[in-house]
Design a protein around this ligand. Sequence first.
Ligand SMILES: [Zn+2]
Length: 340
Amino acid sequence: MKCSKPLALLLFCGACGACGGPVSEIAVSKTAVSKTAVSEIAVSEAASGDSLSGVLSPVPSALFDPGGETVMKTLALAYPGVIGPAVFINGDWAAPIRGVLCYWAEGRLLPEEKRSMAGQYDPYEFYAYPAVLPEWREPDPVLAEWLENETERYKTSPVNRNPYFLDSLYRSRDEEESSTRLSLVSFLGRRIPVHYLVLEELFLVEEQIKNAAKISPAVQQWIENLALTKNPQSAIVVSWKYRVITGTRTKSFHSYGAALDLVPDSFKGLEHYWAWTREKQTDWWNTPYDKRYQPPEEVIRAFESYGFIWGGKWEFFDTGHFEYRPEILMLNGIPMAEYR
Ligand SMILES: [Zn+2]
């Protein structure tokens, strides 16, 4: 089976297991942007079918192709105040990021002057993401072969996306600039550096988790078992870590301070990151959910409510990883909190 879309590489966290190091206290230059009601979100026709809810199958992900118009309109809704309304101009869909047009460019998301270079880059991925993790089933031979090929392909041919879109969105073109966009925020008892655009969302995620902990012993236990709770000096929580994937210009969401790794003090033998599982077994994908570390459902939902997706729903799983991708939730028709 051929998969036309390289859906997997974006699924690499790229920073798990190591902290970005000390970050000096930086004043917040701006609070989180105003939000748009979720009811205004345009969801593509292709995104609404149940058949697209299984992120663990390559076929639905490969078929998940919302197209330039839907993606650009969704991006405008996902980042109000930063990305303006989408327009069809000069033969393509585009949306202004702080006034400067960013073109769809077959998924490459490029400025006017780089549109002709689209062929040099891999596209950004806007993929199927299920509201609820589908019931575990052992991957069939076709899926297993596909995963094996994808693993090999990404090892030998690393993804190369043009960073223009994310660099512009987060106003972070290099490490120095990225560091000035951060603010130290208290999250579940630990101060961590995050991008100013996600501050308000993270406050609300924390509030929802704390409220859940009042009625759920499992959530309370999860908080108590977090590495950051048990050992506040440990470097195991990663929010900001500037890193360009070796051999590419593609940066992890941690590079922007828009991702968070929340890991327990002990995994108790459970798997949590596909690449480390792969060091022990070549068929790393054949790891049932009960053998994978997973935060409580309430925690995942709290993050999703405010625009963060969970790496445990990726084929290339990373179960401690959360990153800010409201557009992915919107494109999949997954409701967020009314506040947004
Ligand atoms: Zn991560």
